[in-house]
Design a protein around this ligand. Structure first.
Ligand code: PLP
Length: 405
């Protein structure tokens, strides 16, 4: 593995300062920074082969179509999907979940059917299902969580029945950092023949994801959270589901034959890719996955474990700091509050010290409601962060506390 100085040198933005202080970036859960190779990939498209994909017969269009389809293959291999046809490009996690919620609802859901999610979900894995349930007269059921921020598995098992038509859960809570037992969730759902969608927005960048071993029916994630560009995401679906589901958008490229009487659809995966796709983003994402592989996913996970343990030790030693989410299975995300200090005030003062943390509900209001709070301060760490940055954060928090004392 490269040493940390070499890794940080790959990310030009990490060398900048804010308010004349070195940037300490702990908002990786919201979006990650980009290595130079990803920035270069986008520039290469625009400077050497930009042309719309799958349409032209000309040289540049061939080049961009080939690069786009090679990117699909790269994603397939990264998540170990069986076939390229099972990998659909979308605008991101939100786009992928909305697409499946719409298509699945149209194809399979009847009044009284049940969809199960967990209390740990991001709004992107709540609202599309609520919209689907409203449209179809279905019922949304929610797996409760305990004080540590873990789902209560026995309650989940009790919810499963022949009425369960789909289970959609996050792999990792963005608000608390909890890693969910997705393998066990999937096995249990399959015992009542319910497919499972895994929201991998916070999971894909912290370990090895193998959709075959996981045996999920759908797996979704966003490029920008795994060091790739914004506006590109993935919807993986088992072929048997994707071939049965209707498309969620209509337009160019997703069709086979169009007449005013009837339109037939293109084969997989193009059936789900309507209009000009973000091919530049797809190419950038593939470059980001190459970068992650070059560092090594196991090495990333080991380094992040070490950073989490240091951050937990430093932050939990601070008097009047309370950590929310204390599962033993966590990614390096620490959500916390300071006694009698509003999270926005703390966040703004930390910002002036050059430390970027997230404050608020993290698009997971139900999680906040579960703990009777209106938000937290969240430090989301990743492999390019350092022990020294964690110490700067701890020192910054001490300073905030002393300012309010
Ligand atoms: N799901 C989880 C767990 C997330 O953390 C996020 C973003 O923070 C999303 C879904 C939505 O991702 P995007 O905004 O990239 O679509």
């Amino acid at each position: 593995m490269k040493n940390i100085a070499e890794i940080r040198a790959d990310f030009p933005i990490l060398g900048r300062s804010v308010y004349d202080k070195p940037l300490v970036y702990f908002d990786n859960g919201a979006t990650t920074q980009k290595p130079q190779c990803v920035i270069d990939a986008l520039t290469e498209v625009y400077t050497s082969y930009n042309a719309n994909i799958h349409r032209g017969v000309h040289y540049l269009s061939d080049m961009s179509s080939e690069a786009y389809e090679n990117s699909r293959e790269k994603v397939r291999s990264f998540i170990n999907a069986g076939k390229k046809e099972e990998v659909v490009f979308t605008s991101g996690t939100t786009g992928s979940i909305n697409g499946i919620a719409f298509s699945f609802g149209e194809r399979y859901i009847k009044p009284g059917d049940e969809i199960i999610i967990s209390h740990l979900e991001h709004h992107a894995n709540i609202v599309p299902w609520q919209m689907m349930c409203e449209r179809k007269g279905a019922v949304l059921r929610v797996i409760p969580v305990n004080d540590e921020g873990e789902i209560i598995f026995e309650e989940y098992l009790k919810m499963l029945s022949s009425k369960t038509k789909l289970v959609s859960v996050t792999q990792v809570s963005n608000a608390l950092g909890t890693v969910l037992p997705v393998n066990e969730i999937i096995t249990a759902a399959h015992s009542v023949n319910a497919p499972v969608l895994i929201d991998g927005a916070q999971g894909i960048q912290h370990g090895v994801v193998d959709v075959k071993i996981m045996d999920c029916d759908f797996y979704v994630f966003s490029g920008h959270k795994i060091y790739g560009p914004t506006g590109i995401g993935i919807l993986y679906g088992k072929e048997k589901w994707l071939s049965e589901l209707p498309p969620f958008q209509g337009g160019g490229d997703m069709v086979d034959k169009v007449t005013f009487e009837k339109t037939t659809y293109n084969e997989l995966p193009f059936k789900f890719e309507a209009g000009t796709m973000n091919f530049t983003g797809a190419i950038g994402l593939a470059r980001a996955l190459d970068y992650v592989m070059s560092i090594g996913r196991i090495d990333i996970a080991i380094r992040e474990k070490y950073l989490l343990s240091h951050a937990t030790e430093r932050l939990s030693a601070i008097k009047d700091l309370k950590i929310y989410g204390n599962s033993v299975r966590k990614i390096p995300t620490i959500s916390f509050l300071l006694k009698d200090i509003h999270q926005y005030d703390a966040g703004m003062i930390l910002d002036k010290m050059g430390i970027a943390v997230r404050t608020g509900t993290h698009c997971a209001q139900p999680v906040m409601d579960r703990y009777g709070i209106d938000g937290t301060i969240r430090a989301s760490i990743c492999f390019y962060n350092t022990r020294e940055e964690i110490d700067i954060l701890a020192g910054g928090i001490e300073k905030v506390i002393s300012m309010f004392a």
